[in-house]
Each structure stands twice: as structure tokens, then as C-alpha cells.
Design a protein. Structure first.
Lengths: 358, 283
């Protein structure tokens, strides 16, 4: 990342007693696609709004293009923002929406030039022929494109997207996902995309920034974050791991499934044992296994097309999920309300623990 | 079951309500067509005629009944109502805009503004008159002291209307405009104002109509030259002729015309507001 576009340095933001952002530090390069992942209330939208200039941080600095813009008002920043509800100007047509910034800002362009650039951008997002329509006469997906085109006509170096796909239906979402990536690659702009969906973050980001309770808890490529979550919280947000509480001592993790040697634990405040859904194995109760195992009752299964999700309930009420990729063969059939033995290869588990931090 | 009793009862109630609302106006209208100049404000109608309407505009031969001295009073009232409308609406929009963010003492300021419509008008009028005469030592006029009381009275209405409108306003369109490099003032002119225009229209209507027939404050604060409500009241103390009813009918028709203009403008902006609502539905 030799060309940094923006940088956050110890940004903190409070709403009364609530700490929305706690000492957030981050650097973003040019031509990068960054996803902010976190549950609602994790501060990801606040972080975006601080970068855009809609909110002022209590402390910390925001740098853009090497300049300190912490005290610069939003309209002088030159950072694009796409809202979840699109926030189109309802009293204007599509082309008036797209040309709004050029017309009423400091562009100084002639009306003809503004029209030319607006039309060019409308074509880029695939809305040619709709220029004259009111924004109430187009569909949700088309509105999303108008919102994007409106931002991109200003040629911003960074575009912030606040859950831009949240308002679209599932089909459209996956299509817009691809289009967003394609448009970004064509223009070479840095996109910062806020999402509560782990699949969206994994699919779209060159880098993922995971937030929890106002703090940045992991930054990395999708591969790094998915393969090696930095903390139990990250593993939890990824929604791909069964998490077991227990204790770690002397390189051994003690949980409901017995004691498992865990020499390579990741430092953490909580002792948690994580096993990916698709690493779980289900055996009859009578089976003999050498590794960790415990009994659980089969509850239900869910067909997802390419895989099958099976839900089990442990004796303590804990729900365990097991994913079977159907490309690996037909799914096992389980009897409802029957007990089974769940097991896994301990080498593939991820262990977090307090002990390791000593 | 319930609606079998409730509905007719409510229907009768509404019918009675409308009767009371428009009854006086109907009587007024009938008497205004009394024969003149001998016919008085009484039933039965001696003979139907438009005599008193012509009398208002000085189109009748001279008689012992003097024409209504309303010309200048009407003009004064209209000018005063227009001035009040403009100032109160501008103040209302600006102050409601200020209340979108919490600021220190906002609660106190809110009640100070709203007090203007709560305080009895006679008190405001009397107080203003004393203040002008005895404390500051300036002359009272309809366009100075009375104007001030009108603004103090109608401003809270405009303020509350705009507060309600801005309460429901989705601020993200403004932020969107800023993020496109458009400064806050231009954003207000090009985005906020067009979207809150229905509210502005209502605030204007409130301020105008309240000022037009304002009586107690004006009575004390306006000084020598009378406004229309004062002038009308003045004629009552001498003798009542049907010309005053004819005048009443004409002013009511004027009010209806005003309401129609408001209705048309409103319908146009509501169509726009609907677009806004549809956009929010998706969010």
C-alpha cells in the first residue's frame, strides 16, 4: 500500500455514554475495495459517517490525500457517499440527480458539458434511456444505480457505501455485487463498503475490516480473516464456526467434548474452541473415535442447493451446525430426535485462549 | 353491531356540526340580498335584490345610509397580513430548522416561542400599547406596533407547522447533496426547501388568515388607523344594515378563493411528497 488515500488515526466518537468508535486506526490504499463488517451497533456506519464528514470525532484525526480533513465540512471533502436508502432527490429526474453535484457545486462546467458527463455516467451504470424519468418511476435496482452514478460523476477518489445492497432483493443483490466490483475496477476508485452480511464482505472486499463495539478487531484479506479469525468475536461474525466455551490450561483445551491438546492457541480474553461448520463430522453413537467428540440430538436440516445444513442440539441446549457440501457426495440421512456423535479433526479447529497471552 | 348505533349517531353529530358551522353564513348570505335602502337585517326578505352589493361599491344613488368606510381598512389589513405572513413564515422555517439539532436551552426557547400564541391577545395588545406609549415613547401604527403583535402571535403557528414537517424529513438527502460537493446553503435552496414546500405553504396560510382577522391585539396596538376587523366592529356600534352582510359574503368568498389556491399548490407539492414517501418505503 504505497499510495495511501485516506488514513484514520485514533478516531473516537461518543454519543453520550455510548462509545460508538474507540480509537479506530486504519489506512486505505488507492484502488482498493474495503469491506467494513460488524453487527449493528458495532460502529461501522459511524466510522463511515466520520470519514464522510457528517459526524465529527471527539478525538483522533482523519487524513485524505495526505491532508488533515478532520475539521473540513462534508461538501469540501470530495468523498462520495452512497446511502442505504439511496437518498435520491425525489423532486428531480434521473439526469438531474446524476448531474446535481456538477450543476450546483463548484465544478464551473457548462450546462452542455454537465449533460455530456451525466449521460456518460448513466450509460456506465446501464440506465440509458431513463434520463428523463422521475426517480419514482424506476425500480429499486435502478435507483441504486442512480445513487451510484450521482456519486461517480463527481470523480471522487473514495466512495463510501453504507449497506448499499441492503434495500435490494436477493437476486438483485448478487447481480449488483458483481456490477459494483466491475464499475470500481473500471474507474480505479477506492470503495469502502459497509455491510452486516459476512458473505457480502467475503465476496466483495479486497480487504475486510471487522468491527465490534466501536473497535477494529481485525483487518485482513477475506482469506486471512476466514482462515484465521483473530478473536472469538470475528469467528462469531463470520457465521461459519461452531463456538464452544471452555478452559485452556497447559496446552490443553477442556470443553464439553473432553480435553484436546491445543498447543497453538490464539491469544484472547475468552477461551473458545472454534470448528468450522463444514469440518464437523457426524457418526452413530456407537462409533469409536479417538479425537474430541460429544453426543447431540439431531433437530432439523436445511437444504441450501449446493450444501445441506444440519442442526444438532447438545445436552446443554447449545445448537451445533454441520454443513455438508453436496459436491462431496449425497447428504447423510439423520433420524429426528436421535442422538449422534459429533466429532472433528482437532488439527482443523481454531483455539482462542487466555493462557496463550502470558 | 356497534356500528349500527355508532355510525348514525356520528352522522347526526357531524350534520349538526356542519349546520352550526355554516348556518350563520347561510343566514348572512340570505339577508345580504335584502331590498334596499329601506330593508333592514331582518326576516322576511321584503324583496330579493343586489342593492347592498352595489352599495358597497358606491353604485347606488346617494341615500341616508353612508357607504362602508372599509376601503382603506381593507387595504391595510391585506398589507398587514402579507407582511405578517412573510415574516412569520421566514422566522418559522428558520427557527424550526434550528430545532433540528439539540442546542443548549432549546426547551426554554421552544416555550418562549409558543407562548406567543398562548398569552391572551388583550394582554399582548395592552402591553404593547403601554410599552410603546409610556416606556419607549413611540407612536402606535398598524404597520409597526400592531405588526409586531401579529408576528408574535402567528410566528408560533408557522414554527409548529414547520417543526412537524421537519420532524419527518429524511436528512440523508441533504447529506447526499453535501457529499456531492454542494454547500449547505445551496442544498437548502435546491433540496430541502422544495421538499418542505407543502409545510411552508401551510405556515403561510396560517399566518395570513390569523393576521387578517386578528382583533384583540390590533385593537390596542394599532393606533389611529383601523384595520378591517376594527372597522367592521366600529360600524356595529352605530346601526346595522345589510351592506355589512354583503361585505361578509364577499370576504368569505375571498377566503375560499385563497383556500383554493392553497389547495391547488398543495396538490402539486403532495404529488412530489408522494415520490419522496415511495422512496422511503424501499429503504
Amino acid at each position: 500500500m504505497d499510495t495511501s488515500v485516506f488514513r484514520l488515526d485514533g478516531v473516537t466518537k461518543r454519543y453520550g455514554d455510548l462509545v460508538a468508535l474507540d480509537n479506530a486506526t486504519l489506512e486505505a490504499g488507492a484502488n482498493e475495495y474495503i469491506s467494513f463488517l460488524g453487527p449493528s451497533g458495532s460502529g461501522k456506519t459511524t466510522l463511515l459517517r466520520v470519514i464522510a464528514g457528517f459526524e465529527a470525532p471527539e478525538s483522533g484525526r482523519v487524513y485524505f490525500n495526505g491532508k488533515d480533513i478532520t475539521n473540513l465540512p462534508a461538501h469540501e471533502r470530495g468523498i462520495g457517499f452512497v446511502f442505504q436508502n439511496f437518498a435520491l432527490f425525489p423532486h428531480l429526474t434521473v439526469i438531474q440527480n446524476v448531474g446535481f453535484g456538477l450543476t450546483h457545486g463548484k465544478s464551473g462546467l457548462s450546462a452542455a458539458e454537465i449533460e455530456r458527463r451525466s449521460l456518460e455516467m448513466i450509460e456506465l451504470v446501464g440506465l440509458s434511456g431513463m434520463e428523463g424519468r422521475g426517480v419514482d418511476q424506476i425500480s429499486g435496482g435502478q435507483r441504486q444505480r442512480v445513487a451510484l452514478a450521482r456519486t461517480l460523476t463527481m470523480h471522487p477518489k473514495v466512495v463510501l457505501l453504507d449497506e448499499p445492497l441492503g434495500a435490494l432483493d436477493a437476486n438483485l443483490r448478487s447481480r449488483m455485487r458483481n456490477e459494483l466490483r466491475a464499475i470500481r475496477e473500471r474507474l480505479g476508485v477506492t470503495f469502502v463498503h459497509v455491510t452486516g452480511s459476512e458473505t457480502e464482505a467475503l465476496a466483495m472486499g479486497d480487504r475486510i475490516v471487522v468491527l465490534d463495539r466501536g473497535r477494529i478487531i481485525q483487518v485482513g484479506t477475506p482469506d486471512e480473516v476466514y482462515g484465521a479469525p483473530a478473536s472469538p468475536e470475528v469467528a462469531h461474525f463470520l457465521n461459519r464456526f461452531n463456538l464452544f466455551d471452555g478452559t485452556l490450561s497447559g496446552g490443553t483445551f477442556n470443553g464439553v467434548f473432553g480435553a484436546v491438546p491445543s498447543p497453538q492457541a490464539i491469544p484472547s480474553d475468552r477461551s473458545v474452541y472454534a470448528v468450522r461448520y463444514d469440518r464437523m463430522q457426524v457418526l452413530p453413537v456407537s462409533a469409536k473415535v479417538s479425537g474430541p467428540s460429544f453426543r447431540a440430538r439431531f433437530v432439523a436440516s436445511e437444504y441450501l442447493g449446493s450444501s445441506m445444513m444440519n442442526f444438532f442440539e447438545a445436552e446443554d441446549g447449545h445448537v451445533i451446525e454441520m454443513e455438508h457440501h453436496l459436491s462431496l457426495g449425497a447428504a447423510q440421512e439423520f433420524e429426528p430426535r436421535q442422538d449422534y456423535l459429533l466429532t472433528w479433526n482437532p488439527d482443523q479447529a481454531i483455539v482462542f485462549g487466555r493462557e496463550a497471552s502470558r | 353491531m356497534e356500528s349500527r348505533i355508532l355510525k348514525p349517531t356520528l352522522a347526526i353529530y357531524v350534520a349538526l356540526f356542519i349546520l352550526f358551522l355554516y348556518g350563520p353564513f347561510v343566514v348572512l348570505t340570505i339577508i345580504s340580498f335584502q331590498q334596499g335602502p329601506e330593508g333592514g337585517p331582518q326576516f322576511p326578505i321584503i324583496e330579493w335584490s343586489t342593492y347592498w352589493y352595489r352599495h358597497i361599491f358606491g353604485l347606488t344613488p346617494p341615500s341616508r345610509i353612508a357607504p362602508l368606510p372599509f376601503g382603506e381598512a381593507l387595504l391595510r389589513s391585506l398589507v398587514l397580513a402579507l407582511m405578517t405572513m412573510v415574516v412569520s413564515t421566514v422566522l418559522g422555517v428558520m427557527s424550526a430548522q434550528a430545532f433540528r439539532r439539540k442546542f443548549k436551552g432549546s426547551g426554554v426557547v421552544f416555550y418562549l416561542i409558543v407562548l406567543g400564541m398562548m398569552v391572551p391577545g388583550v394582554l399582548t395588545g395592552l402591553g404593547t400599547s403601554l410599552l410603546a406609549n409610556n416606556v419607549i415613547g413611540i407612536e402606535r401604527h398598524w404597520y409597526t406596533t400592531a405588526f409586531a403583535t401579529h408576528v408574535a402571535y402567528t410566528f408560533p403557528f408557522a414554527f409548529l407547522v414547520m417543526l412537524a414537517i421537519l420532524n419527518r424529513f429524511d436528512a440523508s438527502v441533504e447529506e447526499a447533496a453535501w457529499s456531492l460537493g454542494v454547500d449547505p446553503w445551496t442544498t437548502f435552496r435546491k433540496v430541502t426547501f422544495p421538499l418542505i414546500f407543502p409545510g411552508v405553504l401551510s405556515a403561510m396560510l396560517f399566518a395570513f388568515t390569523l393576521s387578517l382577522d386578528e382583533f384583540p391585539r390590533t385593537l390596542f396596538a394599532s393606533g389611529r388607523d383601523q384595520t378591517l376587523p376594527l372597522a367592521i366592529y366600529g360600524t356595529f356600534s352605530v346601526e346595522i344594515h345589510p351592506n355589512i352582510f354583503a361585505f361578509g359574503v364577499l370576504t368569505t368568498l375571498f377566503s375560499f378563493a385563497l383556500l383554493s389556491v392553497y389547495g391547488i399548490l398543495m396538490a402539486m407539492s403532495v404529488r412530489r411528497a408522494k415520490k419522496m414517501a415511495m422512496q422511503e418505503d424501499i429503504a
